[in-house]
Write a protein that binds this ligand. Structure first.
Ligand code: CP
Length: 325
């Protein structure tokens, strides 16, 4: 499986039947269309308004890696809109992948039963490969190894937009695993569509962005400042975005132990460095890098709006792709 190709089709204002592989496909106009649709989906979900936007549609959730939020919110999103799901978790054990069926054949089999496939896979580039293998239905990338996690970035961008009513002129702090974290990469790509963005990247040296990613992101015009001490966190940040050190991407447990949880969000850190309007985000799951004492702080949105926005944005995305929004 190769790297994500630059030939992925742009959205260009029209989501119909498009694969969703990377934030590279989006413009600010596309994000506005998606966010407007998301506002409507939020009303449907909050007010329990019966919806048939996806009536008659079936979406396959094909997850080669574990997931709570992405799997659960896609499943809920489809059901909120009257659609149905084919749910395959761990196909390595619970599908004919275990008998040696190829990746391409697996995609072509499941596309025969549905209108779209949402796929998570450990290999970078796998979502693009699935899109090339599929004859008929769009593929939505729910995380491809250390590559991207576009729907997470879309919900993260929506969460920031919902709070500040803009996506330009923002300062953020991203903490944790820049090297292996796919949500970070997709979020940086998304924010780089907008002007005057400064991101402080707080991580141990071992978990910094690859030099290639760092250089590619900077070429997009985003201001990236790498820091390795909490003392360098700016006090005017609009958002903090903490991430888990991705244990499953390390060659050995010793390598992981050396760098895990070097930077933990505690009440003290928040009190000393966050502003009164700073929002504290995390794509989750967390494994100790945000202390539970921070959860009650009203600035902590990771178990509040951020998590709920995951379902709303996925409702909107599917409705737009399946031509019903
Ligand atoms: N944020 C996220 O992708 O969570 P899951 O791995 O639980 O889907």
């Amino acid at each position: 499986m190769g790297n994500i190709q630059s030939s992925i089709e742009k959205i260009n204002g029209d989501f119909k039947k498009k694969d969703i592989i990377s934030l590279d496909q989006f413009t600010p106009t596309d994000l506005s269309i998606l966010f407007n649709a998301t506002d409507k989906m939020k009303k449907i979900a909050i007010n329990a308004i019966p919806s048939s936007l996806l009536a008659g549609k079936i979406v396959t959730l094909l997850f080669y890696e574990p997931s709570s939020r992405t799997f659960g919110s896609f499943a809920a999103a489809i059901k909120q809109l009257g659609g149905q799901t084919v749910e395959i978790q761990d196909p390595q054990h619970f599908s004919s992948v275990s008998k040696g069926e190829t990746f391409e054949d697996t995609i072509r089999v499941f596309e025969a039963y549905c209108d779209a496939i949402v796929m998570r896979h450990p290999q970078i580039g796998s979502a693009q490969d699935a899109a090339e293998a599929a004859f008929f239905v769009p593929i939505i990338n729910a995380g491809d190894g250390i590559g991207e996690h576009p729907t997470q970035a879309l919900l993260d961008l929506y969460t920031i937009y919902e709070k500040f009513n803009r996506l330009d002129n923002l300062t953020g702090v991203i903490g944790g695993d820049m090297l292996n974290g796919r949500t970070v990469k997709a979020l940086i790509k998304g924010l780089s569509l907008y002007k005057d963005i400064t991101l402080y990247l707080l991580s141990p040296d071992e978990l910094k962005l690859s030099r290639q990613d760092f250089s590619n992101f900077q070429k997009r015009g985003i201001n990236l400042i790498e820091i390795n001490s909490e003392k360098d966190i700016p006090k005017n940040a609009d958002f903090w975005y903490w991430t888990r050190v991705q244990k499953e991407r390390f060659p050995s447990i010793n390598d992981y132990e050396k760098v895990k949880n070097k930077f933990i969000v505690t009440k003290d850190l928040v009190n000393n460095y966050a502003g009164k309007n700073t929002i504290i985000m995390h794509p989750l799951p967390r494994v100790g890098e945000i202390d539970e004492s921070v959860d009650k702080d009203p600035r902590a949105v990771y178990l509040r709006t951020q998590i709920r926005n995951g379902m709303y944005i996925r409702m909107a995305l599917l409705a737009l792709i399946l031509e019903k929004a």
